[in-house]
Write a protein that binds this ligand. Structure first.
Ligand code: NAD
Length: 495
């Protein structure tokens, strides 16, 4: 497939002026303002984008409402299914370009972004299947007379979706897919740092025959366009993925009309390696659980608990694994870890490297940003392994969102379960052991929305994903995802 070959710049990232989608039209922001999209590996200008704000959100909500009140509400499940299947085929056909856009726009290596084809197409086909499988129920009631009760499942209405930059295409699919399957209309706001693949995806949505207005994309910043979505009285539900701090703000902003919310937030996920684990699997598994996508993964396994008898060995092996990863421009097919997304994120991650050192942890590998040669043009931090980490340290408690792994010793099963659960987050967890009974016990004990045993970060359209605690609420993918986009109506018929 082409994606492995020379990094031909997609026309969509040629430095030109892109527009955003409201109704049937590709438009400028009402303010006329634009902002830049730059490649975090090189600083190259990829595009300029409309800086949408509250006025544009208003226009997009009106377009979404008009679509809902028009033909879209009459579209039968099989029509919505057909549109999703056409969209899945278009994403498949255009996948190389979409993967390139994510690589250029957010830095993820092409060796990684190109692997997303099966998941993206599979998710859209999964939602297509669900579109014709929506059911209500009849309920035997005990009221006097012959009164029939049944439930109808109805689209929640206009959805506002606010997504982060770390998986721009995937997040777009995870919001637009269920909206189309349920008959909702949607206003999608990509992250200001990665809007290109969401905009190209929206072109494919129209090409798939989805009526104009059903999917709208407003590009712009969180504090303006994002906040306007969260507060908008014409939006019935917000589907948000991002940090817990922004999630809290969205809860506050959305309170005025008591929007339905689903919040997919951050994490500080624990990954536990017992002495009986197959270390040839656990070492690369644990390293990539933390380093993949340069650590910019919500469920990254960044607290690595290792049984004391194998602690020194695992620290050395994980550090060596990290040090051998090829860090560089994601457009190079050999690159395994790309740059961080932005100067701001670089400052943030670098500050945690200093905090770790000041707290008394020891950087066994990495530990300082990369600035030599080509690295000077981008935002690079090498895979960093801290040993000597204690639970109380900030680097062991706070989400860093960079390639930083804290390795922490433990002595027993009950102890490590308690310590792994001592986090305000609860997104993912991992356990590595040859003892199946122990794997099951630990999996059941973890306060986390996903637990992986002898693997990490596996995902499937049919399996739900989401958080406990401050990692959020609501679930994405899986058989129950569509519930988040549906309202249940009880109907009483006095026969
Ligand atoms: P962020 O919270 O800064 O931004 C996310 C989105 O919210 C962006 O589109 C941004 O413009 C918008 N936003 C910012 N301030 C806003 C406001 N006041 N009102 C409305 N919208 C606002 O997060 P980020 O830095 O883009 O992404 C990283 C975070 O996302 C991490 O915490 C990561 O763990 C989390 N994440 C979670 C999941 C998941 O599925 N649980 C997946 C990916 C990323």
């Amino acid at each position: 497939r082409r994606a492995a070959e020379a990094p031909a710049l997609p026309a969509f990232a040629d430095g030109g002026a892109r527009r955003m989608l409201i109704g049937a039209d590709w438009v400028e922001a009402a303010s006329g303002r634009r902002f830049e999209a730059r490649n975090p590996a090189t600083g190259t200008l990829l595009a300029t984008l409309p800086e949408g704000d509250a006025e544009d959100v208003d226009r997009a909500v009106a377009a979404a409402r008009a679509a809902l009140d028009g033909s879209w509400s009459k579209a039968k499940p099989d029509e919505r299914q057909a549109a999703l299947l056409r969209l899945a085929d278009l994403v498949d056909t255009n996948y190389d370009e979409l993967a390139w856009l994510d690589t250029l726009d957010m830095g993820g290596p092409i060796s990684r972004t190109r692997l997303g084809r099966k998941r993206m197409v599979g998710l859209l086909r999964f939602y297509a299947g669900q579109a014709t499988a929506l059911t209500g129920e009849t309920i035997e009631n005990s009221v006097p007379g012959a009164v029939l009760t049944f439930t109808a499942r109805e689209p929640v209405g206009v959805v506002g979706a606010i997504i982060p930059w770390n998986a721009p295409l995937g997040m777009s699919v995870l919001k637009v897919g269920p909206a189309l399957a349920t008959g909702c209309a949607i206003v999608l706001k990509p992250a200001e740092d990665a809007s290109l693949s969401p905009l190209r995806f929206a072109e494919l949505v129209l090409e798939a025959g989805v009526p104009p207005g059903v999917v709208n994309v407003v590009t712009g910043f969180g504090r303006t366009a994002g906040a306007a979505i969260a507060a908008h009285p014409g939006i019935d539900k917000v589907a948000f993925t991002g940090s817990h701090v922004t999630g809290q703000e969205i809860v506050r902003l959305s309170a005025a009309n008591l929007k339905r919310l689903s919040l997919e937030l951050g994490g500080k996920s624990a990954n536990i390696v017992f002495a009986d684990a197959d270390l040839d699997a656990a070492v690369p598994g644990a390293a990539m659980a933390a380093f993949a996508n340069s650590g910019q993964v919500c469920s990254a396994g960044t607290r690595l608990f290792v049984e004391r008898s194998i602690y020194d060995d695992v620290v050395a092996r994980v550090a060596a694994f990290g040090a051998a990863l090829k860090v560089g421009d994601g457009a190079d097919p050999q690159t395994q870890l790309g740059p961080l997304i932005s100067a701001r994120q670089l400052e943030r991650v670098a500050s945690y490297l200093d905090i770790g050192a000041a707290e008394g942890a020891h950087a066994v590998s990495g530990g300082a940003r990369l600035t030599d040669g080509a690295y000077a043009k981008g935002f690079y931090v090498p895979p960093t392994v801290f040993s000597g980490v204690e639970d109380r340290m900030r680097i062991a408690q706070e989400e860093i969102f960079g390639p930083v792994l804290c390795v922490i010793p433990f002595d027993g099963e009950a102890e490590v379960i308690a310590r792994a659960n001592a986090s305000m987050f609860g997104l993912g967890a991992g356990v590595w052991t040859r003892d199946v009974g122990r794997a099951l016990r630990v999996a059941r004990a973890m306060k986390a929305g996903s637990v992986w045993a002898n693997c990490y970060q596996l995902m499937d359209p049919a399996v739900s994903f989401g958080g406990y605690r401050m990692s959020g609420y609501g679930r994405e993918s899986g058989a129950r995802h569509l519930d988040e986009y549906l309202s249940t109506k009880s109907v009483w018929i006095n026969a």
